[in-house]
Design a binder for this molecule. Structure first.
Ligand SMILES: Cc1cc2nc3c(=O)[nH]c(=O)nc-3n(C[C@H](O)[C@H](O)[C@H](O)COP(=O)(O)OP(=O)(O)OC[C@H]3O[C@@H](n4cnc5c(N)ncnc54)[C@H](O)[C@@H]3O)c2cc1C
Length: 429
């Protein structure tokens, strides 16, 4: 059997290993639009010399069930446990003041989310019945955290947090792991081992953007550059943004259910920057995440120093705030953040070395990670509930995988891995 995989992110890599472990597969072709493996796990090792800046994924989440924990060990990549504290640094009439996120108002939000989850659990996408009310800085804190992630563009913020809490309740609350050399470097190294391990049965096609996918009951023909490739089955791991925006033509068009799912599934916004510090103020304690509110555009910065690279200040932004920052020039974003952090802390000065992301304009993704938007406007929207399951349903010899088709862990690397394996197993049955 000859199989093609579109996309060299973790879903595509996991699919390739699974297919190649089966002797009835004679040829696997992996087609990747960029020049390397990794997809949305991408490490920048040059902008800040000596520091591995993860532009996309950065944490191994749920490390006890995450295959990357073992893969990191096997490939000799050192990991460091995140031991994070969280402080909301608020600009008050009396100057900047720290507020712990364990204070009653913040915890009240957490309790409401838990209650929402309890009343709506075990549904696909975990629709949360009650969205916590707006409570100024407390809600802004929520929008800034990685758990609340890029979903502020949709109602799914609350679904996602509830799903996270459900995992924690099931024992998945081990600390996240950082990969010192970068999680993007780890995923790339894992992809680079496929060829040496599987030789001539495996063909890599880099800088290859698939423009057309023609399929019927027995074959799939892919068109790219001026060439075509015909295979017995194809696993598509292209991010939902690029699947839904018409940049890949399907012949015949996908069934209506899949097209509707692609209208619902979207990628949210997430922005990251990192700056090398000339002076490392004691007030910014490594391992603590600080949240700083921003006025224009409105939102919250999350910033921190890593315990293993304390001369670098990393900042994140999520949701609508990140989308607004993606619309500014890189220089304006650096200036905005520097001004904010220098107002909040005395003695912060920077030196040469800085890095920034703009996932909105990234041709391979056009966004960060998936959420399901309510088209019908609320928790009863069946399309939002079923979109991930629908997209993951095979169409003739086409199989869809990637973080967005996973119910339990969508938006993560482990989701991508699990879905790559699942799609490969479907092809083999
Ligand atoms: C800023 C940010 C922070 C994140 N933080 C975390 C985190 O801390 N922990 C975590 O677990 N996850 C995190 N994630 C999510 C994680 O990165 C993704 O869930 C995961 O990488 C998705 O893997 P994938 O294989 O499904 O898709 P991708 O990694 O996107 O792979 C798809 C591949 O398809 C290729 N492609 C696209 N179109 C075509 C085409 N037409 N032809 C050929 N190839 C094509 C792309 O180039 C890409 O390589 C983060 C993501 C972002 C962006």
């Amino acid at each position: 059997m000859k199989v093609a995989i579109i996309g060299g992110g973790l879903a595509g890599i996991a699919a390739a290993y699974t297919l190649l472990a089966n002797s009835k597969v004679t040829e696997v072709h992996l087609l990747e639009a960029t020049g390397k493996y990794g997809g949305r796990a991408r490490t920048d090792t040059t902008s800040i010399p000596g520091f591995a800046f993860d532009k996309g994924a950065q944490y191994i989440q749920d490390p006890d069930i995450n295959p990357l924990t073992q893969i990191a060990k096997a490939l000799g990549f050192d990991t460091v446990e995140e031991d994070a504290k969280y402080l909301l640094r608020v600009d008050t009439d009396q100057g900047w003041k720290d507020e712990s996120t364990t204070t009653p108002p913040v915890q009240a939000v957490v309790v409401r989310i838990q209650k929402s989850y309890d009343s709506a659990k075990e549904q696909p996408n975990v629709i949360v019945s009650e969205k916590p009310g707006k409570t100024d800085d407390v809600e802004l804190f929520g929008h800034a955290t990685s758990t609340y992630g890029p979903f502020t563009e949709s109602a799914e913020t609350w679904q996602y947090i509830a799903a996270d809490r459900a995992r924690e309740a099931k024992g998945g609350d081990k600390p996240n792991l950082f990969v010192k050399k970068g999680i993007g470097s780890l995923v790339a190294a894992y992809g680079q081992r496929i060829k040496p391990e599987h030789g001539s049965r495996y063909v890599e096609h880099f800088d290859t953007t698939v423009a057309k996918i023609a399929y019927d009951d027995t074959h799939v023909t892919l068109s790219y550059n001026t060439t075509t490739l015909t295979v017995d089955a194809c696993i598509v791991t292209i991010p939902v943004s690029n699947l839904g925006n018409g940049s890949v033509v399907f012949e015949p068009v996908l069934p209506l259910a899949h097209r509707n799912a692609l209208k619902v599934l979207r990628l949210g916004s997430y922005k990251k920057l990192a700056l090398r510090l000339r002076t490392s103020p004691a007030a910014i304690v490594p391992g603590t995440n600080y949240y700083l509110t921003e006025d224009d555009p409105a939102g919250v910065w999350q910033c921190y120093r890593l315990p293993y690279a304390d001369d670098v200040l990393v900042a994140h932004a999520a949701g609508n705030f990140a989308a607004a920052l993606d619309g500014l020039s890189d220089q304006d974003v650096y200036t905005l953040f520097k001004t904010r952090v220098q107002a909040a802390f005395d003695g912060v000065f920077f030196t040469t070395g800085k890095a920034i992301t703009n996932w909105s304009s990234d041709a391979a993704a056009h966004g960060a990670y998936s959420y399901s938007a309510f088209n019908g406007g609320g928790p009863d929207d069946r399309d939002a509930l079923s979109a991930r399951v629908t997209l993951g349903t095979p169409v003739k010899r086409l199989h869809f995988a990637g973080e967005a088709t996973n119910l339990g862990y969508y938006g993560t690397l482990q989701a991508a891995y699990f879905e790559g394996v699942r799609a490969a197993q479907e092809v083999l049955t």
